[in-house]
Design a protein around this ligand. Structure first.
Ligand SMILES: C[S@@+](CC[C@H](N)C(=O)[O-])C[C@H]1O[C@@H](n2cnc3c(N)ncnc32)[C@H](O)[C@@H]1O
Length: 197
């Protein structure tokens, strides 16, 4: 299998092999953002790709939205689409090396892009990037895939066991507002970092 490094992802963008890219902000994330009143909340979207959700958030008043990706290709596209997006909130970096703390981290097709042995490291890193009381939220595929990944699938049972190793109040539910192509194959989840650190 290919090594899923910066070169791998940049080649996928360069040659337009981006089947994951839906071309607009995804409904579960949009509807989650729409119910947040505090527009100052510090948000990170790692593995953001073209970052439609971050642009949506910014256009809807959120001031502290950060995006991160290992490949410059989607981030340069994003800058063209949203020229006023603060450049210090766009991070061209490996997620596992990123330093910072946030109140909300949004997951969308980033977890499934990482090799399965990295999942525990993902959980530890997400936990360390959250402020006490912060939340990791988003969507995960509730299915396996026929071909070699990415994407790499999984089940609610596996995810729950994994997330509960670090997080409190881990909640998974069938995602009822997925985009049509993913309807019935996604879980929406929230996982909180305890206030008491
Ligand atoms: C499947 S794509 C999803 C992109 C976006 N979330 C979306 O839904 O369109 C996975 C993204 O994660 C990025 N990525 C993969 N490994 C990464 C890492 N270690 N650090 C940061 N970004 C990474 C890739 O460059 C790619 O943009």
């Amino acid at each position: 299998m290919a090594v899923l490094d910066e070169n791998y992802w940049s080649c996928r963008y360069k040659f337009g092999k981006t089947g994951w890219d839906i071309g607009y902000p995804s409904t579960p994330i949009v509807q989650y953002l729409d119910q947040i009143e505090n527009k100052e909340v510090e948000i990170l979207i790692p593995g953001a790709g073209n970052a439609y959700e971050a642009i949506y958030a910014r256009e809807n008043g959120f001031k502290n939205v950060h995006v991160l990706d290992i490949s410059s290709f989607p981030l340069e596209e994003m800058k063209k689409k949203s020229p006023n997006f603060p450049t210090d909130q766009i991070h061209l970096e490996d997620f596992f090396l990123h330093q910072g703390t946030y109140e909300i981290i949004i997951e969308q097709t980033f977890f499934c892009a990482l090799e399965i042995p990295l999942r525990e490291k993902y959980i530890d890193k997400m936990y360390s990037l959250l402020k006490p009381g912060g939340r990791l939220i988003g969507v995960l595929f509730n299915r396996e895939f026929d071909s070699d990944g990415p994407p790499f699938g999984g089940s609610q049972k596996e995810y729950e066991a994994l997330f509960k190793t670090r997080f409190d109040q881990v909640r998974f539910m069938d995602c009822r507002n997925s985009i049509p192509e993913r309807m019935g194959t996604e879980l929406f989840f929230t996982a909180a970092k305890s206030d008491f650190q």
